[in-house]
Design a protein around this ligand. Structure first.
Ligand code: DX5
Ligand code: ZN
Length: 218
């Protein structure tokens, strides 16, 4: 199989919120592929980040697809508010919802549907939903906060998911999120990841364009 094109999605959780528009424009010009938006409700994770109004504001500063990551307890309830804004929407397998129904609603709206697994969750839990998602997001830190160290043990999950993809029956992106830098990105890509979320490493880089270029070519 031809090597997959690596997609780099900077997470605006790490940007300067007081300059949201300029920050989104900065990483867009620096060559980002997608913009990752981490929505947290203070229930599913122990942090509150931002909601649809903030995502809408970000959308006005980039033509790039927004990759919305819902770390919220009731994704189905809030889904309609994000559908018009996003290119892809990912909900967690651990959240309270009918997973198949949420994935189908995202696809019906013409978006890519993602399913996420947190570090304590075995990746096998998403297996019944193969064929129903376009993105499998493997969290490489415990969700809730940016700037945490990458959990190396998650690489096994990436490799396991990549083996499902090798059968050729199911095709989906393998997204890694949390603690991604040049070293951990290389490990993740070697294990089968093709979609890299990077908050701190891109937004705090001296040269965001160079960082994105290097991440894409790890
Ligand atoms: C964590 C979020 C991540 C986070 C990544 O809950 O899902 O997207 O912003 O940030 P870094 O790259 O700083 O680990
Ligand atoms: Zn995320």
């Amino acid at each position: 199989m031809a090597p997959r094109k690596i997609i780099v999605a900077p997470s605006i959780l790490a940007c300067d919120f007081s300059r949201l528009g300029m920050e989104v424009e900065r990483v867009t010009q620096a060559g980002a592929d997608w913009i990752h938006c981490d929505v947290m409700d203070g229930h599913f994770v122990d942090n509150i980040s931002f909601g649809p109004a903030f995502v809408e504001a970000a959308s006005r500063h980039t033509p790039l697809p927004l990759d919305v990551h819902l770390m919220i307890e009731h994704p189905a309830h809030y889904l309609p508010r994000f559908l018009p804004l996003a290119g892809s929407i990912t909900s967690h397998v651990e959240a309270i919802h009918d997973v198949s129904k949420t994935l189908a609603a995202v696809r019906t709206a013409g978006l890519l549907a993602g399913l996420a697994v947190s570090p304590p969750t075995p990746v096998e839990l998403v297996k019944p939903f193969l064929g129903q998602f376009d993105i499998l997001l493997i969290m490489t830190v415990n969700p809730g906060f940016g700037g945490q160290p990458f959990l190396d043990s998650m690489l096994e999950k990436v490799a396991e998911a990549a083996s499902w993809r090798e059968s050729g029956v199911f095709d989906f992106h393998i997204e890694v999120d949390g603690g991604i830098n040049l070293k951990t990105a290389a490990d993740a890509v070697r294990s089968g990841a093709d979609l890299l979320v990077a908050g701190t490493s891109v937004f705090r880089a001296q040269d965001a364009a160079e960082e994105i270029r290097l991440l894409r070519n790890v």
